[in-house]
Design a protein around this ligand. Structure first.
Ligand code: PLP
Length: 387
């Protein structure tokens, strides 16, 4: 079919809108309409990922301002064009130490990182061969973006026996197992040491996304990769969640990072992140290792919420972290529940397909150690009253 010429070029917007409107109507009919609406100030945020409350920490804000003062509001160009400050290189070295690796590299966002680092890794396949990629069924959208153009061999969520079978059945010269340490919608964890051992047995490389584990799990909040010794060669995480700032890191050997500097389009062709975000990370790295009290509080309040939901017969899946799903199943019912909680003063978010599998619409609670006792009490009583 050939599109009709736009009769009046001043109405190109209308012609495009005519294609969009029926598609949006279809989303609305399926209860899948999304909007970015300004919410009432004063709501208790149990939806965001500021797990340690660092986004409002005075030291992060001060250090972000200081880096902006010294280096500017923007970074002016790709780091390969405008160079990089000695301070930034030192920051990446500190981050690598935190992760227990030789080197680390910073990106503007986790989505950008996953969608460009994975293709750079796939280029390591010997000429004439295609890399094989084994992916958990619940992997984040940014990892799917990174796997575009390749067939994913998907294993059942966290099912290592299934992964073992698939690795057995699909030999190849270059294979990656791509997964998360904490799953963003279910709040459960991968058994990272067992997964890494399994992959190593098959000669496959693990790519681990620690977006929700960084700062929260593992010794001093270093994530779960370090619980597997050096068996995870590629690990990434984000700076916008527990670390309270913005951006993302990938950590591994010096050679891995050199490869990415040379071959990762999302690094090479993108303006470096704003200096303020580096400042926030600099402060977060000072604070996070010493925040065991906050991590303990997070465990306690997450347990309390899970208990409260289970008492009401609500499925919280295999959640064992600060991310607590309350699976209601039906999309309209989930939206209505989120609305009732909003009226009770809580910002809780309804997560619907296609973000989660059909029939598993849910409220996704994401807790923060910065919630006061009174706020936690309000959350628990509202859950009792509204769900
Ligand atoms: C949030 C998230 C990302 C993306 O990170 P951003 O910095 O927000 O772009 C990647 N992976 C997982 C598992 C996430 O939850």
């Amino acid at each position: 079919m050939v599109a009709a010429p736009v009769e009046d070029p001043t109405h190109a917007h209308d012609a495009l809108d005519a294609l969009i409107v029926p598609q949006l109507d279809a989303l609305r009919a399926k209860q899948r309409w999304r909007s970015v609406r300004a919410h009432a100030p004063g709501l208790i945020d149990v939806a965001g990922n500021d797990y340690l409350g660092l986004s409002r920490h005075p030291e992060l804000i001060a250090r972000a301002c200081a880096w902006a003062q010294r280096h500017g509001a923007g970074s002016r160009a790709s780091r390969l064009v405008s160079g990089t400050s000695a301070e930034l290189l030192a920051l990446e070295a500190r981050l690598a130490t935190f992760k227990g690796t030789e080197a680390a590299l910073l990106f503007a966002s986790g989505y950008q990182l996953n969608s460009s680092v994975l293709p750079a890794l796939f280029r390591l396949a010997p000429t004439g061969s295609t890399p094989l990629i084994f992916t958990d069924k619940l992997n984040h959208a940014s990892m799917h973006a990174g796997c575009t153009g390749l067939a994913q061999i998907r294993f059942r969520h966290n099912d290592l026996a299934h992964l073992d079978e698939l690795l057995q059945a699909h030999p190849g010269p270059l294979r990656f197992v791509i997964t998360e340490s904490v799953f963003s919608m279910d709040g459960d964890r991968a058994d990272v040491p067992a997964l890494a051992a399994l992959a190593a047995r098959h000669g496959a490389f693990v790519y681990l996304d620690e977006a929700h584990a960084t700062g929260v799990l593992g010794p001093q909040g270093r994530g779960l990769a370090c619980t597997a010794g050096h068996a995870v060669p590629i690990v990434m995480g984000t700076l916008g969640k527990a670390l309270g700032g913005a951006g993302a890191y990938v950590a591994g050997s010096r050679m891995l990072i050199d490869w990415l500097i040379n071959r990762c389009a999302g690094f090479i062709y993108s303006t470096a992140p704003a200096p303020a975000s580096f400042g926030a990370l600099d402060a977060a790295l000072d604070l996070v290792p010493g925040m065991d009290a906050e991590r303990t509080r997070l465990v306690q309040i997450s347990d309390a919420l899970r208990t409260c939901l289970r008492e009401r017969g609500i499925d919280t899946l295999q959640s064992s972290t600060q991310i607590v799903p309350a699976v209601l199943g039906d999309e309209a019912a989930t939206l209505a529940a989120a609305e009732r909680l909003r009226e009770a003063g809580l910002l809780a978010i309804a997560i619907r397909p296609p973000t989660v599998p059909t029939g598993s619409a849910r409220l996704r609670f994401a807790l923060s150690a910065a919630l006061s006792d009174a706020q936690v009490e309000c959350l628990l009583s509202s859950v009792r009253n509204c769900l």
